[in-house]
Design a protein around this ligand. Structure first.
Ligand SMILES: [Zn+2]
Ligand SMILES: [Zn+2]
Ligand SMILES: [Zn+2]
Length: 189
């Protein structure tokens, strides 16, 4: 198991089970249970395919923490995403880990927008939108839906029987598609 640094992850066993975590200093915030190791390995591979650097959160400019969608019923099952890694007071940073970050528009302050996710239950739940990065007191109330390209490979992959090489033209797509095929085969989709 490797952490996001690409270095061997440390392992520790407690009464709650076994865990993998980043053994480097500063830490890349990698952490998962031993059972989830395989899932995280896939998620990290998907992230590496995008060739983006380890994202930093908007609020603290610290390395973000990678998480994986663990709900089997969710269409995004297995996808990596990044959140703030601060334990005490996390900021609301959120982004998918398997797609190139979106070009952010500017809010009415002229600041690069923050990307947020709709948390309220309803039709737009989990949809991403751009908004003013300032807090409630000083927001300019800028709002814009993020384009659907932010949907990752999980939604766009085509599970046809065509050889993979014919389906995708560039290396990143190829790797991501191959990853999805392997994953789908395992899940017997
Ligand atoms: Zn690490
Ligand atoms: Zn933060
Ligand atoms: Zn603003």
């Amino acid at each position: 198991m490797e952490c996001l640094h690409g270095k061997p992850a440390a392992n520790s066993t407690t009464s709650n089970g076994s865990f993998w975590f980043c053994g480097q200093n500063p830490s890349c915030n990698f952490f998962c249970t031993e059972d989830e190791g395989y899932m995280y390995e896939k998620a990290i591979t998907a992230w590496r395919c995008t060739e983006q650097p380890h994202p930093r959160c908007d609020g603290h400019h610290k390395l973000a923490k990678m998480c994986v969608v663990k709900n089997l019923m969710n269409v995004n099952y297995g996808r990596p995403f990044f959140v703030c890694g601060e334990k005490a007071k996390p900021c609301s940073f959120w982004m998918w880990g398997d797609v190139q970050p979106l070009a952010k528009p500017e809010c009415r302050h002229g600041l690069p927008c923050a990307i947020r996710k709709v948390k309220k239950e309803g039709l737009n739940k989990d949809r991403l939108f751009f908004c003013c990065p300032n807090d409630k007191e000083s927001t300019c109330r800028f709002f814009e839906w993020a384009p659907d390209e932010e949907l990752g490979f999980f939604q766009t992959v085509n599970f046809s029987k065509e050889p993979l090489e014919k389906q995708s033209c560039n290396k990143n797509n190829y790797l991501a598609t191959k990853f999805m095929h392997d994953f789908a085969n395992e899940l017997k989709l």
